[in-house]
Design a protein around this ligand. Structure first.
Ligand code: GLA
Length: 325
């Protein structure tokens, strides 16, 4: 029996460390945050899926509906409402959250169980790349789907194994600060980095950059890109170990090292992002870094107990993953 009214929630995400590694079969350490997108579905007689809050021709809605139909789902007449407290366009994965909440609501409207998380993550990633023109790895979607209260997830993007890691911060705070930069450059810059990784693979004759351990044979700037990927994977496991030992100043140092690598080797920083990182460090952060694809968006910082957050920073905590409410 299909409930008459359906509500689906999907959270945004923060990535503690492990950036630009997901599409290189590498390691990441994201968590779902408590802020998210809620989609309400009201079934009605007659056909058609509409979402007045998104407007006609919204690519995420069109793509999600098309992907469901492509996999053989019959959709009833349904009117969708979109709500939530996740800021859009600031690098907290609002598009992945929207797409997942839409998909969960539509599967429920069709009277079906959603696919398992990895398949659903792939479906939503296809919507973003094929319908909305933005390539993504699976980091954002898996974090939103698999999030757990109080825990981060060590994701191995090669095996797709997700291991929960207790995020016991001993009074420290994690916070994001919006750089305020328009994200117009983000899509082209991101796609260019992915293309550079593909070129590096060809030159190395490898299937995956996870298998590379030495960047010295590559021409610039591909050598620097690979240096970032290799060192960032190492930092993810170092961060997991630091958390397990409760060494939060070590975690801060790893955030700073990740930032330097993203800025200098992966070349995805811009002046507004540097200003936001500097504001966090000046405000007493133990570490701060570019988060997500770069070229704008929000930065992530770790503050010691009792620190006053810089103006505009929002404190983020690990919350539960996407679900029907
Ligand atoms: C964006 C993408 C993710 C990931 C990050 C960089 O957020 O959507 O898949 O590649 O950039 O780590």
């Amino acid at each position: 029996m299909i409930p008459h009214r359906i509500r689906a929630f999907a959270p945004g995400r923060v990535n503690l460390i492990g950036e630009h590694t997901d599409y290189n079969d590498g390691l990441c350490l994201p968590f779902a945050i408590e802020l998210g997108v809620t989609v309400t579905a009201q079934l009605h007689e007659g056909g058609g899926v509409s979402a007045p809050d998104l407007g006609d021709g919204d690519r995420f809605l069109e793509g999600t509906v098309a992907e469901l139909r492509r996999s053989g789902r019959e959709l009833p007449g349904v009117r969708l409402g979109i709500d939530g407290d996740l800021p859009q366009g600031v690098g907290l994965s609002s598009s992945a959250a929207l797409c997942i909440a839409l998909a969960l609501a539509l599967y429920a409207a069709a009277g079906e169980e959603p696919p398992r998380p990895v398949r659903l993550a792939r479906l939503c990633s296809r919507v973003e790349s094929e319908w909305a023109g933005q390539e993504t790895g699976l980091l954002d979607q898996l974090a939103s789907l698999l999030g757990e209260q109080g825990r981060a997830l060590r994701l191995d993007m090669r095996t797709l194994e997700a291991r929960p890691v207790e995020l016991d911060l001993d009074g420290h705070l994690l916070a994001t600060l919006n750089s305020g930069a328009s994200r117009s450059l983000a899509a082209s810059g991101y796609n260019e980095r992915r293309e550079e990784c593909r070129r590096a693979l060809e030159l190395l004759g490898l299937e995956s950059l996870r298998d590379a351990d030495d960047a010295s044979g590559l021409p610039a700037p591909l050598d620097a890109r690979l240096r970032h990927v290799i060192s960032e994977n190492e930092r993810v496991d170092a961060a997991v170990a630091a958390l397990e030992r409760g060494e939060l100043s070590e975690l801060g140092a790893l955030l700073n090292a990740s930032h330097a690598s993203l800025r200098d080797d992966y070349d995805v920083s811009i002046p507004e992002v540097e200003t936001a990182v500097a504001a966090c460090m000046d405000g007493g952060a133990l570490g701060a870094r570019i988060m997500g694809g770069g070229f704008g968006g929000s930065v992530l910082a770790l503050f010691p107990p009792g620190a006053a957050l810089p103006d505009g920073a929002i404190s983020v905590r690990p919350g539960a993953g996407a679900r029907l409410l």
